[in-house]
Design a protein around this ligand. Structure first.
Ligand code: ADP
Ligand code: MG
Length: 493
């Protein structure tokens, strides 16, 4: 990557006379006087999320939801039917498996359910990180890798886990990519997101892909539910709390789902379920309306494997926050003396600065920002003074504040849509939003900004009724619970 690119949007921060006069090989050398402050100030201005902007985002989310419910393709939001019409009741019994393919890892889990009295008797899980080359290889290669991990895990079953004889193991498959669900246990991959570029899966039934791989592994299991991770989280959280109405994932990517009345889904054209309700998977990562974007966001988007897509996801989720910060820091290094006279070469590599790194830097309370210094050194090979470290922390905070507050506005948009249709049934009583994902779980500032935006938008009284709650590992158990609700043996209990 060239270090000499000076984006036109920031040309004014750099004295154009010396810029033009400099030969190429000294482009990385900067005058000591140029501070990064103007770049930071402009960043803060461009990323600002004042209340009117948040209102606009929440309103746009609500109206995009309506448009997506009216017709397929009617909006950025796909508003996908999950085919989950009944949430776990607590009566589920038996041994069930779940497989969760997220972004960074896949997890396998088994749970022994004991019904209303005993609830979750035991769970066990294993997590396997997905090697990079599987994310860019063929569909068979990826699904074989997953099925073999599942086969190994299933071999070690014992202890409190018990499958009645004559039964086949049933599995809930959490697949956190946009899928056009065709039934509770089948769905066509629309496209890969979050950096995956696996060939041969888009347009295919992902359950069939998994079944074929399990067959190749000689593994006899039946996928009884295909669920999005947000849907799994909603199911898992509802198992413990009847007031859960919405679930949001903030991990590598982001998504949200909620409980909708069938009567409010025009594109269904009169189909009914026994409960009159269903779970809608919004696929809100594709939202794009009214977001405060910067030149860094646009350049990151252009360089991504899915330019122009998943703009909300690219603004608020874990895969991207660190990368946006890196792009800002690189610009600062090029155009100012932030890291001394030269531009650190390592900082030019996409995704070297990860969201956990910026999170760790923001937790540094020491006077000399020691941890910030060592992360910058380890990640980017940068020696930094205290002034530079403080600016870096401010850049992190700016990007994380924008992300957290926009996520909060998105949540309010969903609640607002539900409230408008049901008058008082959302804001007039306790309503729980179940949250899951590594970003939400590990980033305290992000959580605070998110909650702050919700409170700003709803006011104290209403926001006291809205409980935003971390549902740890909810999606894994949720998928297993949905496998149980859709078990072919379900009538046995
Ligand atoms: P997935 O989204 O792949 O299913 P997770 O929900 O576990 O997986 O989220 C992983 C993501 O969470 C990482 O990609 C990263 O962006 C974010 N994350 C993980 N650990 C931290 C951390 N300590 N601080 C901030 N973000 C984190
Ligand atoms: Mg996940």
């Amino acid at each position: 990557m060239s270090l000499s690119a000076t984006s036109p949007a920031f040309g004014s921060f750099y004295p154009s006379r010396s810029h033009r006069a400099m030969p190429r090989f000294t482009m990385a050398v900067r005058s000591r006087e140029l501070t990064a402050t103007p770049i930071l100030t402009k960043l803060q201005k461009d990323c600002a999320t004042p209340l009117p902007l948040l209102r606009h985002v929440a309103d746009a989310m609500a109206s995009d939801m309506r448009a997506g419910l009216s017709a397929d393709g009617g909006s950025d939001l796909k508003m996908i039917l999950s085919y989950v019409d009944s949430l776990p009741s607590g009566n589920e019994k038996g041994l069930f498996y779940a497989l969760d393919l997220g972004g960074t890892n896949f997890r396998v889990l088994r749970v022994q359910l004991g019904g209303k009295e005993e609830r979750v008797i035991a769970t066990e899980f294993e997590q396997v990180s997905i090697p990079q080359d599987f994310m860019f290889g063929t569909s068979e290669k990826l699904f074989d890798f997953i099925a073999s991990g599942l086969a190994k895990f299933a071999q070690n079953e014992g202890g409190k886990f018990h499958l009645p004889s004559g039964r086949i193991r049933e599995i809930g498959f959490t697949f956190s990519f946009p899928v056009k669900q065709t039934s509770i246990d089948s769905g066509i991959l629309i496209k890969w997101t979050k950096g995956f570029a696996v060939s041969g899966t888009a347009g295919r039934d992902v359950v069939a892909c998994l079944n074929e791989a399990m067959e190749r592994q000689g593994l006899d299991m039946r996928v009884s539910a295909l669920v999005n991770d947000s849907v799994g989280t909603l199911a898992g959280a509802r198992y413990w709390d009847d007031d859960v109405m919405v679930a949001v994932i903030l991990g590598t990517g982001t998504n949200a789902c909620y409980v909708e009345r069938l009567a409010a889904i025009p594109k269904l054209q009169g189909q009914m379920s026994s409960t009159g309700e269903t779970i809608i998977n919004t696929e809100w990562g594709a939202f794009s309306n009214g977001l405060p974007l910067t030149v860094y966001d646009r350049e990151m988007d252009n360089a991504s494997i899915n330019p122009g897509e998943q703009i909300f996801e690219k603004t608020i989720s874990g895969m991207y926050l660190g990368e946006i910060v890196r792009r800002v820091l690189l610009k600062m290094a090029e155009d100012s003396d932030l890291f001394g006279a030269s531009v650190p070469a390592k900082l030019a590599a996409p995704h070297v600065l990860r969201t956990p790194d910026i999170c760790a830097m923001q937790q540094d309370n020491s006077d000399d920002l020691q941890a910030v210094g060592s992360i910058l050194y380890n990640v980017a090979g940068v020696e930094s003074n205290l002034r530079a470290r403080s600016i870096v922390v401010e850049v992190c905070d700016t990007i994380v504040q924008r992300g957290g507050r926009l996520a909060g506005a998105g949540i309010v948009g969903i609640l607002q849509k539900m409230e408008e249709d049901s008058k008082g049934l959302i804001f007039g009583k306790r309503t729980v939003v179940a949250m899951d994902g590594g970003l939400y779980e590990n980033y305290p500032q992000y959580r605070e900004y998110l909650q702050g935006a919700v409170t700003d938008l709803l006011g104290t009284d209403i926001s006291n009724n809205v409980i935003i709650e971390h549902s740890k590992d909810g999606s894994g158990i949720g998928a297993a619970l949905l496998a149980a609700s859709n078990s072919k043996y379900e009538h046995d209990y």
